[in-house]
Design a protein around this ligand. Structure first.
Ligand code: F0G
Length: 373
């Protein structure tokens, strides 16, 4: 078997690279698509739910798919520094890929509203970490202004190479299932990832040839076409940060799912187009619903994702209950980030460890008290 060296090598003929492009990779992509065994039975629905566990990327989120492309193209263009605004995961990925490339990273994060795992990554990889007294949307406005004036490459999802990298998740899913799923659900913040998936599904079906300037019918997929159809796309937001549900920007977004605490999505128009073209919809979940499903997934399936990621599954479970998603469907939920990103949120909703003497008797007592449950 050939050694896996990341998604650019794997999908070279579908990405804007040449043989001279200096690829910056940490082996991202190729994440598992795990079928849930217990949850469908628990909610008494005859459906297949599969989770694409993007938390298993090198820095623990789907951002690595976009960042390998964005940093590769920045380096190819001779850039010596990248910059981003972030709720945490983009900054972690930018910091890591910049370190790998030997260039500088500047990251703007909202003070006090970023999960500790993500903050530790930006710091550990040596990014210049700037906390702003404002939210993500303020940070986004600032990095756009700054990158207009200074020679730093913006690596937020408004950088088109980000979406090119992220579209590969759709290719992987089609390869695993043999076709596109009926539904694909994602948590939505800036709506970059839902847009990227739609580009991927469209290219795989050779529907939007305009966005597929690379295969020209000669790609690795049979006859240029990998899939015959595209899925219905579902975008779920946290209720306190749900501009797509309100139909307008939200100025003071709030949610415990800090990754998607965004009121002014950068891919606003594109996401509405995805909804329309796919026949999908947006939905919202309360913080309580998000945390409940995050824990349920961890305890019934053994899969630990971060709160924002659980929004995709929480939304699907709600819409199954409402009958909006029919029985017999195959549904893919993207779990965008790993649960270890946000240890504080995990600990705060769990039973604290018991503290006992280091004796046989003390341990035995606890086991006997819990084993019957
Ligand atoms: N899930 C996680 C874990 C995220 O970190 C993000 C975005 C999303 C979902 C939403 O993806 O923005 O493409 O709709 N995080 C960005 C960041 C904003 O800075 O890390 P989207």
């Amino acid at each position: 078997a050939k050694h896996y060296t990341g998604l650019i090598e794997r999908y070279r003929d579908r990405l804007p690279v040449t043989t001279n492009t200096p690829i910056i990779s940490l082996g991202e992509g190729n994440t598992p698509l795990i079928e849930l065994k217990h949850l469908p039975k628990l909610v008494k629905k005859d459906v297949r739910i599969l989770v694409k566990f993007e938390g298993l990327n090198p820095t623990g989120s789907f951002k690595d798919r976009g960042m390998t492309m964005a940093v590769t193209k920045a380096v190819e263009a001779g850039s010596k520094a990248v910059i981003c605004a972030s709720t945490g995961n983009t900054s972690a990925a930018a910091a890591a890929y910049a370190a790998r490339a030997g260039i500088a990273a500047f990251v703007l994060i909202p003070e006090g509203k970023i999960a500790l795992g993500k903050l530790s990554q930006a710091m550990m990889h040596g990014a210049v970490t700037i906390q702003i007294k404002g939210n993500f949307d303020d940070g986004m406005r600032l990095v756009k202004e700054i990158s207009d004036n200074l020679s730093v490459t913006i690596v937020n999802s408004i950088n088109p190479f980000r979406l090119q990298g992220q579209k590969t998740a759709a290719f992987e899913i089609i390869e695993e299932l043999g076709e596109a799923p009926d539904y694909h659900a994602l948590p939505v913040g800036n709506a970059g990832n839902i847009t990227a998936h739609w580009i991927g599904y469209s290219e795989a079906a050779c529907i939007d040839t305009a966005s597929c300037a690379f295969c020209a019918g000669n790609c690795q997929f049979k006859n240029g076409t990998l899939a015959e159809r595209r899925p219905i796309m579902l975008g779920y937001q946290a209720a306190g940060s749900a501009p797509f549900l309100r139909g307008e920007f939200v100025d003071q977004p709030e949610t415990i799912a800090t990754a998607i605490r965004i009121g002014h999505p950068q891919s606003w128009d594109r996401a509405w187009k995805v909804k329309e073209e796919s026949g999908g919809w947006f939905g919202e979940c309360t913080d309580t619903e998000i945390l409940k499903v995050q824990k349920l997934l961890a305890q019934t399936e053994g899969i630990f994702c971060e709160p924002a990621s659980a929004a995709s599954l929480a939304g699907v479970l709600k819409d199954l209950e409402l009958g909006l998603i029919g029985e017999g469907s195959t549904i893919v939920c993207t779990l965008t980030g790993h649960g270890l990103k946000d240890p504080e949120m995990a600990i705060s909703q769990s039973t604290l460890p018991v503290s006992v003497e280091a004796t046989h008797g003390a341990i035995e007592k606890i086991i006997l008290a819990n084993i019957a449950k």
